[in-house]
Design a protein around this ligand. Structure first.
Ligand code: SF4
Length: 269
C-alpha cells in the first residue's frame, strides 16, 4: 500500500508515522474493519463490492481456477468493479486446467485473466540441479520447485497491489481452519481477503450449480483440489479434500508457500 494511499485512507492524519510503520498500522486497521464488515454481509457479490470500495489502489485476485476461485470469478464479473485477476502457469498444469481458463474468459468476456509465468532461467537452473521430477526427492526439493514455479511468480504479481483476494475456505483443510475474512499481510504489505472463508462445500456447490459456473472437469473425476499434474491425485471417499495434494508428505508441510497458515488468534484479529 503506497504512502499516498495510506494518507488518503487515514484521512491525511498519518501524522508523525512514516514509511512502513504507517503503512502497517493503517493496513492493519483497514483489515480489522473489513474483517468485521465482511462477516455481516451475506452475499459474495456484496462482499466483493465492499472490498473494492474500501481498498484504494489495485485489488488483485489470484485464481487457481479451482471450484472456489471459479465462484469468486463469477461473482466478480457481476459487480461492475475493476479487479486485477491473474493465474500462475507453473508449466505443469493439467490440460483440463488450461481449458478451464479459456472457458472462463469466453464466459466472462471482456473480463481477462492475466497469466503469470515463472522466470525461465530459474526453471532451467532448478531442473538442471534436481531433474525434471526433482520435487519427488524430498520435501525441500518439492518446496524449491514450488518456490520457483509459484511463490516467486506470485510475489511478482502481487507487487504494488493493495488488496489480495483468494478463494480460501476454513473447511478446506485443518491448516485453513482459522482463515479470516481479512487480515494484514505483512510480507506483501497488503490486505489479504478471503470472501468465502465461511462457506461450506455445500454452499459452494449450490452457488456453482445455480449460476452454471464453468468448472474444471477433473472435479467430477475425484479431484476436489487441483494443482500441478504430477503433484495431484484423485482422493478416496472420506479423505480430506486436500489429501490429493503432495500425498506423499505429512499433513504439516502441505502448503506450497502461497498462503501462510493463519493462527487461531488471527481469526479474531
Ligand atoms: S506443485 Fe509440484 S510441480 Fe507444481 S510447483 Fe509445486 S512441486 Fe513443482
Amino acid at each position: 500500500m503506497s504512502q499516498s494511499q495510506v494518507q488518503a485512507r487515514a484521512g491525511g492524519t498519518a501524522g508523525a508515522q512514516t514509511g512502513h510503520s504507517a503503512v502497517k498500522s493503517t493496513g492493519e486497521a483497514l483489515a480489522a474493519s473489513l474483517d468485521a464488515t465482511l462477516a455481516k454481509i451475506d452475499t459474495l457479490e456484496e462482499r466483493l463490492i465492499a472490498i473494492a470500495d474500501a481498498i484504494p489502489g489495485r485489488v488483485t485476485f489470484s485464481t487457481s481456477l479451482g471450484l472456489e476461485d471459479q465462484a469468486v470469478l463469477h461473482a466478480m464479473a457481476t459487480t461492475g468493479r475493476a479487479f486485477d485477476i491473474f493465474t500462475l502457469d507453473t508449466g505443469r498444469h493439467f490440460p483440463e486446467t488450461l481449458e478451464t481458463l479459456e472457458a472462463s474468459e469466453l464466459r466472462y468476456a471482456p473480463l481477462k485473466i492475466r497469466v503469470v509465468f515463472p522466470d525461465a532461467a530459474d526453471v532451467e537452473m532448478l531442473v538442471a540441479r534436481d531433474g525434471i521430477m526433482g520435487f519427488r526427492q524430498s520435501i525441500e526439493a518439492r518446496k524449491a520447485c514450488c518456490d520457483v514455479r509459484k511463490v516467486r511468480p506470485l510475489n511478482k504479481a502481487l507487487k504494488g497491489a493493495t488488496g489480495w483476494i483468494t478463494g480460501m475456505r476454513r473447511d478446506q483443510s485443518a491448516g485453513r481452519a482459522h482463515v479470516p475474512f481479512a487480515s494484514w499481510d505483512a510480507e506483501h504489505e497488503l490486505v489479504k481477503l478471503n470472501p468465502i472463508a465461511d462457506w461450506s462445500l455445500e454452499t459452494l456447490d449450490a452457488y456453482i450449480e445455480k449460476n452454471a459456473v464453468p468448472v474444471n472437469p477433473l472435479h467430477a473425476r475425484g479431484f476436489p483440489s487441483i494443482g500441478c499434474q504430477p503433484c495431484t491425485r484423485a482422493i478416496r471417499p472420506g479423505e480430506d479434500i486436500r489429501a490429493g495434494r503432495w500425498w506423499w508428505e505429512n499433513e504439516d508441510g502441505k502448503e506450497c508457500g502461497l498462503h501462510n497458515r493463519p493462527k487461531p488468534k488471527e481469526a479474531h484479529a
